[in-house]
Design a protein around this ligand. Sequence first.
Ligand SMILES: [Zn+2]
Ligand SMILES: [Zn+2]
Length: 364
Amino acid sequence: MKIRAAYVPETNKLLVETLELDAPKAGELLVRIRAAGVCHSDLHTLRGELRTQPPLVLGHEGAGVVEAVGPGVTRFQPGDRVVINWLPGCHVCPTCQRGYENICERLFSTTFAGVMLDGTSRLHTTDGGFVKQYLSAATMAEYAVVPEDGAIPLLDGVPFDVGAIIGCAVITGVGAVLNTAKVKEGSTAAVIGCGGIGLSAIQGCVVAGCTDIIAVDVLDEKLAFARELGATDTINATKEDPVKALKERTNGGPNYVFDSVGSTRTIVQALDAAGPAGVATIMGLHGALEHASISPASLIFQNKSLLGSFAGTVKPLRDLPMLQRLYLSGRLQLDKLITKHYPLDGIAQAFEDMEAGKVARGVL
Ligand SMILES: [Zn+2]
Ligand SMILES: [Zn+2]
């Protein structure tokens, strides 16, 4: 079938074009995409900074309605509302067995290669040229074909746009708190960066029962928004040294620091700011290709931990329904994270607004 999609034929070239999408094969679903989240990973991929290289269709955060199912599909039927899960683990590799489906060993030949589980793509140019499906999903399109495990039921009462962001931004932030750092009730916490992931981490700290949640950003507007979502205090890093300020306000440093930026600078700040026996958890990817210089003294003499957290150490079948229930019970304010909607043709503008820090999360 012919679909319109956000197509990247080569690095730094973004088009909204008509492409050909094959019917779902065995164990696959055709999903009509109703909402697609706009993520920094999509922008990094457009720029050729991540593993999956063009030609490809962007988008990995999405929600929609199952239109058709391939042979052998048992969990879904046409008409079902679903969230796209771009991290379907194999459940059998040693890493999955150790509990880390988010870094399943199969993902390198499927999700990160931009192909389906059988190694092929359902997308082509109209003249038959090969096109990858970004993260086995390609949700920035009218329709997408995904593996059956690449979908999770969207619960009644959860809107499509909220569904679209839970599988990436929200689980990356909330999961870093609950799964990776395993924050203990009554702890103090700080979150560096107040975009979609940072704001999700702040809400995760609320769910975890933190007494102090200090938001750090460079824009007062974002800090005010962080307070609405549960931050108890804020620090503008352009006006005061965030490490010094965090230490002063939390008896030598927060028990947990979450870095949603992931630049070489903020990684060092997160570790230095963490208090005695504190835990610094890095969730952001901005410095993914660089090397940060950390202080062994800061790490060792204070018995600190420095953790990496990919996609909130998500176990999709467990966590994506949990996030929806936390939303339905009013404990995660996910509507507020979605600050702007765009048409598919507005993708370039959506990236621009995201870079300028104008949106917490944009949805197509
Ligand atoms: Zn994402
Ligand atoms: Zn696996």
